[in-house]
Ligand binder design. Sequence first.
Ligand code: SAM
Length: 322
Amino acid sequence: MTLEPPVEAPLDRPDWSGVRRGPLQPGEWVRLTDAKGRRHHVCLEPGRRFFSNRGHLEHDLLIGREEGFTATSSLGGEYLVLRPLLHEFAVSMPRGAAVVYPKDAAQIVTMADVFPGAHVVEAGVGSGALTCFLLRAVGPTGRVSSYERRKEFAEVARRNVTQFFGGEHPAWRLTVGDLAGELPATPADARVDRAVLDMLAPWECIDAVAAALAPGGTVCAYVATTTQLSRVVETVRSHGGFTEPQAWESLVREWHVEGLAVRPGHRMSGHTGFLVTARRMAPGERPPVKRRRPAPGAYGIDYAGPRPADLPAQLELESYDE
Ligand SMILES: C[S@@+](CC[C@H](N)C(=O)[O-])C[C@H]1O[C@@H](n2cnc3c(N)ncnc32)[C@H](O)[C@@H]1O
């Protein structure tokens, strides 16, 4: 069986993947990794030098070569030269606010079911790391409408996203403002397929997201603490127009694999945040009433958060300790 070679986008018509091919060009970013695994990101400029404790490296010796080679500095230091992948760019790019970590971005894209051509609403934008993953997932035929209430963060994000994609991504619209205030102003025909909330108080945006999401659409919230997790889940649940929210976290552990020494690495990406997803019901529809009784005391006298609408009154008198 013969496999046809993949069709590559012509250089004058970018495919908006953020991936560049061919020889390294002036103005491109490369990642230099030394023998100890230390990484440096360098923007290639003719006539410039990269300096380290192992001397210097002429940019001109890198420009024009195919990535994936080892360059030697003036004092004999060896550097692996590659263009950064998206997940490498996301954790090394300039930051305004904390970024979504790649393990969580991967979960968000998969579990919120972000697809090519989708219209995704995102807030806040922070440094734009998640925006890059979302834009890559929706592609140039989709749309990412991003909202960030701090202008200075929006500017950092615009620089990062534009740098990664090599220009203004045609699918991206960035609004400076509060999501709950701005989203209702979105034109009624702008059907929203997916909404992703990475902010301190996502529960404040659930009503606005519910009004904008198409039936079957997904809301996904990313929060750092258990108190935020509880509040956003209970707010989605008590709204009544979403399916039962699902909450989880992911832990990623690297492995050391060398001859007979095959064991878990010493460090792991442990806690970064919790994820919550739920799907929008059609207008006026509610999810089936839960047959399972809540855990004893879950919504008892000590609980002060939002309550599900169909809660039997006697449960509100229980104590968690009983
Ligand atoms: C943790 S950062 C987001 C990081 C971003 N997802 C990334 O990967 O780079 C949270 C951001 O949400 C913004 N924010 C908080 N509440 C908001 C709201 N209601 N509307 C718009 N932006 C909001 C904050 O200003 C902050 O920049």
